[in-house]
Write a protein that binds this ligand. Structure first.
Ligand SMILES: Cc1cc2nc3c(=O)[nH]c(=O)nc-3n(C[C@H](O)[C@H](O)[C@H](O)COP(=O)(O)OP(=O)(O)OC[C@H]3O[C@@H](n4cnc5c(N)ncnc54)[C@H](O)[C@@H]3O)c2cc1C
Ligand code: SF4
Ligand code: SF4
Length: 620
């Protein structure tokens, strides 16, 4: 049934503040705000505009089915977290540990299957030849020194899922704010360039969002202030950018897909809680890895596949398995068992990706506001800090009975943000990764240079749109797999309706993954055992192929290769098919699509709208 918006009878609710997304940024906002809305005698410290005599009505909508179902590391210096919770170490947060031993490891390729530049090959040879005098162990060089900006000394290893559940309970126990998980926000409501609230997602619709059985239109939530903390792939942030544009010269071209396992380590593991390992060099030189140890023999581990990885085979899952099997890591992981799994985008544009931070009726916080520090690889503390800065600003404005105008938010929220450590450090970090545009070695040198000179000197160039960097499969495998062989593999994978990367990697010399049913499991099993992915019925598809004709002529089909959940498959007549029931909302398809839109080269042929469901694990 085709129904126009004018025929829909939407309910409306008025509140003072509505928040989109409950990630660390909004958690920081609500943790700070909720404590100060009431006086100790139970009277409102500031008054609601919608319910006179009451404290402000504050409500937060989270897309995922429960609090803490997102994916994140985390090792953090926890400066902002500690400012909010000075006793955080003693709070009894599950899976939390103080940072202990930290190592940065350069992993050599034990199989010779990765793609290495001449410079890397030469340095690998050197390391192998002189391993008797270098700290080399099981094909890994333990860097004897790493710059202090990479360290998290004095910080904490956390499970973001567990931390978020802890904060969520704490914040709601104040009785001053409400958090509604399983409630995606579909639209930001804008009237004459003023944000006046949000619309919740329609339920009881078909894949194309048309009303069907049990149609329940999403409610309109009108608010004096809309706080947008919807992370790096949030559709509400995208709508704001589309309406208000981004500041001149800013763009979000730098990102990574982080894929992560939480595992039970073997009972006799020598790794102590708080151990932090960071790796680079393998399975491909561009792929970074991490392993953090929680109490109770549990570890979080994973890889990041970055936007500047010049490969049409950006499959995080298989690369993660090869990474775990690296001899240095496998001695710790052999016998380990998968507990949970997931993937998520990490927005790495930092300050360069900053949108307009505030406007009439709205403010943006967290990673979607460009807060993540790309030099130190730290996002949680920074996101939290932006939330606390906004909360202080909001309290100031509420006390002064001033409206949430662009100017007032500029003088309170933006002023605090610009004056803080966050701004100082993100300015240092702004160009620190530009070297990766010219290769891994230049990238690493550039980061060191920027870090050691406080950002005065950097290497490289402004990031180009990632679609410009994606070669064809034939170009990428030139000299290793012939065009004829690629054509044959393409046909057989198409006939089997599976991605191409597995067959290509086998052919290029990557060993088969020895599945053990515990840790090394098939991608499908990871979805079920680790992600416990669910998609409630009655919601529209949130991944859309905007122009099927672009897909038809697309040679890389990188959306299929990069899909973290095997939710995108070859489909009919060159247009991929999307299966909502396998989607983990990581955003890899949105970022990786290789075909730009003719009218906006910053966007590609995939639209990523608000969707329901996804991962069902609060351990990540
Ligand atoms: C694998 C991985 C490892 C990482 N490791 C580290 C680390 O070790 N240390 C570190 O400091 N940082 C790390 N990060 C980065 C860190 O996770 C982010 O910087 C941080 O989570 C950003 O917080 P945020 O609140 O801005 O956004 P997010 O954490 O992305 O939260 C946004 C929330 O909004 C919700 N949402 C989105 N759209 C809607 C909508 N329309 N309606 C309702 N809800 C919506 C989402 O479901 C989500 O819960 C890692 C990231 C990844 C992916
Ligand atoms: S969505 Fe993008 S990458 Fe996927 S087939 Fe279409 S154009 Fe190619
Ligand atoms: S379809 Fe879903 S799981 Fe696949 S890449 Fe896109 S967001 Fe991630």
């Amino acid at each position: 049934m085709d129904v126009s918006e004018t025929q829909i009878d939407r309910q409306r609710m008025d509140v003072d503040i509505v928040c989109v997304g409950f990630g660390p940024a909004t958690a920081g906002f609500l943790a700070t705000l909720s404590k100060q809305l009431m006086n100790v005698d139970g009277t409102p410290a500031v008054e609601s505009g919608t319910a006179p005599g009451m404290p402000p009505q504050v409500i937060c909508y989270e897309r995922a089915d429960d609090i803490g179902f997102g994916v994140s590391g985390v090792v953090t210096r926890a400066r902002a977290l500690r400012a909010s919770f000075p006793e955080i170490e003693k709070a009894g947060i599950p899976m939390a540990a103080p940072v202990g031993e930290e190592k940065v490891l350069y992993l050599l390729d034990p199989h010779g299957a990765s793609r290495r530049s001449m410079t890397l090959r030469a340095s690998d040879k050197f390391i192998r030849a002189f391993k008797w005098m270098l700290p080399v162990e099981r094909d890994a060089l333990n860097l004897p020194w790493s710059p202090s900006f990479l360290h998290k000394r004095g910080g904490m290893v956390l499970s973001m899922g567990q931390f978020m559940q802890w904060v969520g309970a704490l914040v709601q126990s104040t009785g001053t704010v409400q958090i509604w998980p399983g409630t995606p926000v579909s639209q930001v409501l804008i009237e004459e360039d003023k944000v006046v609230g949000v619309r919740l997602l329609d339920q009881g619709v078909d894949k194309e969002a048309q009303p069907s059985e049990g149609f329940t239109p999403g409610m309109d939530i009108r608010a004096a202030l809309t706080v947008v903390g919807d992370g790096p792939v949030g559709s509400i942030g995208q709508q704001l950018d589309a309406h208000f544009d981004v500041p001149h010269g800013h763009h979000a071209r730098d990102w990574a897909i982080g894929m992560k396992f939480v595992v039970d380590l073997p009972a006799d593991t020598p790794l102590n809680p708080g151990t932090v390992l960071h790796t680079f060099g393998y399975p491909e030189p561009e792929i970074f890895g991490f392993l953090y140890v929680h109490p109770g023999n549990v570890a979080s581990l994973g890889v990041f596949v970055p936007s500047w990885f010049d490969s049409p085979v950006r499959t995080a899952y298989r690369y993660l398995q090869h990474w775990m099997l690296h001899p240095y890591l496998w001695r710790y992981l052999q016998g380990a068992k998968l507990r949970s799994w997931g993937a998520k985008t990490l927005g790495e544009s930092g300050r360069r990706g900053e949108p307009h931070l505030a406007g009439d009726g709205y403010a943006r916080i967290g990673e979607g506001s460009g807060s993540t520090n790309v030099l130190t690889g730290s996002g949680v503390d920074e996101a939290w800090a932006t939330g606390t800065q906004l909360a202080e600003a909001v309290l100031e404005l509420l006390k002064a009975k001033k409206p949430f105008t662009k100017q007032n938010l500029k003088e309170t929220y933006m002023k605090r943000r610009r004056a803080s450590w966050l701004e100082q450090e993100s300015t240092i970090a702004e160009k620190s990764r530009d070297g990766f545009q010219r290769g891994v070695v230049t990238g690493m040198i550039g980061m060191a240079l920027a870090g050691l000179t406080n950002g005065k000197f950097t290497l490289g160039r402004e990031p180009v749109q990632p679609w410009k960097r994606i070669p064809s499969v034939e170009e990428f495998y030139a000299g290793r797999i012939s065009r004829e062989e690629i054509a044959t593999l393409r046909e057989s994978c198409k006939a089997a309706n599976v991605p191409l990367h597995g067959a290509l990697m086998d052919k290029a010399g990557w060993p088969k993954i020895p599945h053990d049913g515990k840790l090394l499991v098939s991608h499908q099993d990871a979805l079920l055992m680790g992600g416990k992915v669910q998609a409630p019925p009655g919601y529209a598809d949130h991944v859309l192929f905007l122009y099927p004709e672009l897909c038809e002529k697309c040679g890389t089909k990188i959306c299929i290769e990069a899909c973290s959940g095997q939710a995108i498959t070859p489909g009919q007549e060159g247009v991929p098919a999307f299966d909502r029931e396998k989607c983990i909302h990581c955003g890899a398809c949105y970022w990786n699509c290789s075909q730009p839109l003719s009218y906006d080269p910053e966007r590609t042929n995939i639209a990523f709208r608000t969707g329901a469901g996804g991962l069902h694990s609060a351990e990540n």
